[in-house]
Design a protein around this ligand. Structure first.
Ligand code: MN
Length: 253
């Protein structure tokens, strides 16, 4: 068993060490992660400058790029054998609803998935690493259960992609798991202008909006109810429901 681990908070983040710990005894673990915090970089690849790759004293490899760069290098540069599983996280903060689009944590897992490897993204719902130890135990159980699932699937089964959000609670490993769909949230709050000490004007991107669709069955709802949320994701962004209407529109041209 070979497991590739990445994140978006950077190779020094407590969450990635926790995820490595969660995999203890499951197989050979390779870590490829961004050198710096690259949260919110989505699926970005660095195409206009080269990437440097270094190995830290603890064996973690760090890349001067994005989460997707890190997984992409690990999978395509001939550095390691192809992994059986790609893991990302544990992220410092939730990745639910619309934010899965911006998430570098989800993107790192997606990069593995795009290369035909089943992948799981893990996020700790509150920022600040509270109860990371309990979240690590949850991650361990999810990984074990997912590996058993993978072993029971036939060769050539389409690799899946899971997005797991874990409540930041001391009893997280006692909580129920719920398979969910992504909720939706309101658009972000306005960007905020701010002057530096020299009077120059800058802007901060506004914080994420409040939940809009947090109905039963969504990731938001499961988390609010104190459950571990597991959302199966796919890459196809086609608006299937509106496909016939647009086909009509083209026909009327
Ligand atoms: Mn992050």
């Amino acid at each position: 068993m070979r497991i590739l681990i990445a994140n978006d908070d950077g190779y020094l983040a407590p969450g990635i060490a926790a995820l490595v710990q969660a995999c203890e005894g499951l197989g050979t673990v390779d870590v490829f992660a961004p050198e710096r915090n690259a949260s919110g970089t989505s699926n970005a690849l660095t195409l206009h400058q080269p990437l440097s790759l270094h190995t830290a004293a603890n064996g973690f490899n760090y890349v001067s790029g994005t989460p997707s760069d890190s997984v992409h290098l690990a999978l395509t540069a001939g550095l390691i054998p192809k992994p059986d599983l790609v893991l990302s996280g544990i992220n410092n903060g939730a990745n639910m609803g619309d934010d899965t689009l911006y998430s570098g944590t989800v993107a790192a897992a997606t990069e593995g998935h795009l290369f035909g490897v089943p992948a799981i993204a893990f996020s700790l719902v509150e920022k600040g690493w509270q109860h990371l130890d309990a979240a690590t135990r949850v991650a361990r159980r999810v990984i074990e259960h997912a590996l058993a699932q993978r072993a029971s699937e036939g060769q050539g089964t389409r690799p899946w992609l899971l997005n797991v959000n874990i409540p930041a609670r001391a009893d997280a490993d006692q909580l129920a798991w719920e398979v969910t769909r992504l909720g939706r949230r309101h658009a972000s709050f306005p960007a905020e202008p701010q002057r530096n000490p020299r009077g120059d004007l800058f802007y901060w991107i506004g914080s994420a909006g409040a939940a809009l669709d947090d109905a039963e069955g969504t990731d938001f709802h499961a988390i609010r109810e104190g459950r571990v949320s597991i959302t199966p994701l796919q890459v196809d962004m086609t608006d299937h429901a509106r496909l016939p209407a647009w086909q009509d529109w083209v026909r009327r041209r």
